[in-house]
Ligand binder design. Structure first.
Ligand code: DHB
Ligand code: MG
Length: 219
């Protein structure tokens, strides 16, 4: 079989059909997001399931998400923490937050999710930990700032997931001036070198093209 974006999508569709079958609340969240004109840059279904499983595997009860968008990944995380858990999610765009609020409430997990509207750089300093899992999926220029907050707001053993670390391979360019790529390169270096993290990163292909995520444990 040829490895092409088309076959990546077909395999992703196959895996999604197996592991993330149709789900009323998640499907409705994507529809609401699309109707509101939000970009379709939420995590792929299989990646949402991965976040869900990581949260459950780590026994997370308090989750921090940076970058809510329309609440798709937030629903996966909120389901993982269970009725006694909480998800705090930070969103810079009030319109996005409103869409997310509607979808989280409709999904029946609204009570366990707090959406903080504001820029990460303003909102994160007001938070207190410890959080058990931090998912960073916001403006890539601020990735190192967000990792710094994740380290501050976590505890030894906290799981940190950083989305979009490959960006069609752009992260190996040494001559790039793309601020999102530079922010991601800096974040990867920080995860590798900063003694507060023990980390790795994986490439992914599929529905969302060629990208990847980093996974870290707070030391
Ligand atoms: C972009 C952001 C994301 O979080 C993502 O998953 C894909 C793309 C972006 O801003 O380009
Ligand atoms: Mg992302």
């Amino acid at each position: 079989m040829q490895s092409t974006p088309q076959t990546w999508r077909e395999v992703d569709a196959h895996l999604s059909a197996l592991f993330t079958p149709a789900d009323e609340a998640l499907d409705a969240a994507l529809s609401a997001q699309q109707e509101a004109g939000l970009p379709a840059i939420e995590v792929a279904p299989v990646a949402g399931k991965l976040l869900h499983l990581l949260a459950r595997m780590s026994g997370a009860r308090r989750v921090l998400e940076i970058g809510t968008l329309g609440g798709y990944s937030t629903i996966w995380l909120a389901r993982a923490v269970g009725p006694g858990g909480t998800v705090t999610t930070v969103e810079a765009e009030a319109g996005n937050a409103a869409v997310a609020r509607g979808s989280l409430d409709a999904a029946g997990v609204g009570e366990r999710v707090e959406i903080l509207v504001g820029r990460g750089e303003d909102v994160l300093p007001t938070l207190e930990g410890p959080f058990d899992l931090v998912f960073i999926d916001a403006d890539k220029e601020s990735n190192t700032l967000y990792l710094d907050h994740a380290a501050r707001l976590g505890r030894p053993g906290t799981v940190v997931v950083l989305d979009n670390v490959v960006r069609d391979g752009e992260i190996i360019r040494t001559d790039t001036h793309d601020a999102m790529v530079v922010g991601t390169q800096n974040a990867l270096r920080m995860l590798a070198e900063d003694p507060r993290f023990d980390a790795t990163a994986l490439q992914t292909v599929g529905l969302k093209g060629w990208d990847g995520f980093a996974l870290a444990l707070l030391v």
